[in-house]
Design a protein around this ligand. Sequence first.
Ligand SMILES: CC(C)(COP(=O)(O)OP(=O)(O)OC[C@H]1O[C@@H](n2cnc3c(N)ncnc32)[C@H](O)[C@@H]1OP(=O)(O)O)[C@@H](O)C(=O)NCCC(=O)NCCS
Length: 228
Amino acid sequence: MDTTASDIRKLPFTDATRGLIYRLSTADDQAAMRMIDSSFVTDRAFHIECNASNLGSKDTGFAVDIKPVQLDRPLHKSFPDDSDSDSDDESSDCFTVVVEDTNAPSPDDAPTEYPSISGRLNKVVAFISAKFSSWNSRLIITDIEINPLYRRRGIGRSLISVAEKVGSARYPARHMWLEVSNVNYPAIQSYLKMGFKLAGLDVSLYIGTPAEGEFAIFMWKEIIQHEN
Ligand SMILES: CC(C)(COP(=O)(O)OP(=O)(O)OC[C@H]1O[C@@H](n2cnc3c(N)ncnc32)[C@H](O)[C@@H]1OP(=O)(O)O)[C@@H](O)C(=O)NCCC(=O)NCCS
C-alpha cells in the first residue's frame, strides 16, 4: 500500500518511516544506478493478434487483440547495460530522481544480493528518469528501476508520482508516456494499477535488437496539475 506518494511535495523528501530519501540525482549516482538489478521473472506475457478486418465494402481495416497468455516456463529477462541511456543525460529537459535507503545494512552485514561499489554499499535502491518533449507537452519516462528487494512496497508508484510533480512544476507537461515490452507483464500490471492506459503498439521496434520477437506497448497517463 502506497503511503508516501501524496506526501512528496518537494525534493529532497524523507520517508522517515521507511528510512528512504527521494532526491534529484547527481553525476556521482551514475555508477550506483547502473548497479541496480532491473531484471524480472514472469510466467505471463501479452500476445498480440493483428488481423485484417473486412469493413463491409472493398475497404480493409485492422482487428487488434492484446491478451495475456501463460508461458510454458517462467521467463527471466534482463536488460542489456545501456551506458548511453537517457538517465545519463543532464540537459535541462531531463531529470532523474533516486531513492536512497538510509537503513541499508553496513557492508559487513549486508546479504550478498546487496550490490556494493568499490567496497561501499550501494544505498541507491531505485530511480526514475524522465525527459520532456516540448512539442506535445509529453513527459517521457525513459527508465524506472527498483532493486528487486524493494519492489512491491509502493516505491515505483511514489517515483511515478514524483516525476509527475517535477514534470508539471518544471515544464508545461500535460501527460506522461512510456514504452514497455509485451513480456514485462509485472511492469504492465503495475502501470495499469497506477492509472496508465494503452497509448499504442509497435510490433517492429525491437527488430535487430536482443529483444527481437517482443513488441512494444506504449502507455500514457494524464498529468494532474498540482499547486506548488
Ligand atoms: C515495474 C516496477 C518499476 C514497479 O515498481 P514497484 O515499486 O514494485 O511498484 P509498486 O510497489 O509501487 O506497485 C504499484 C502497483 O503495482 C502493483 N504491482 C507491482 N508489481 C506487480 C506485479 N509484479 N504484478 C501485479 N501487480 C504489481 C502493486 O500491487 C501496486 O498496486 P496497488 O498500489 O494498487 O496495490 C518494478 O517492478 C521494477 O523495477 N521492475 C524491473 C525494471 C522494469 O521492468 N522497469 C520498467 C521498464 S518499462
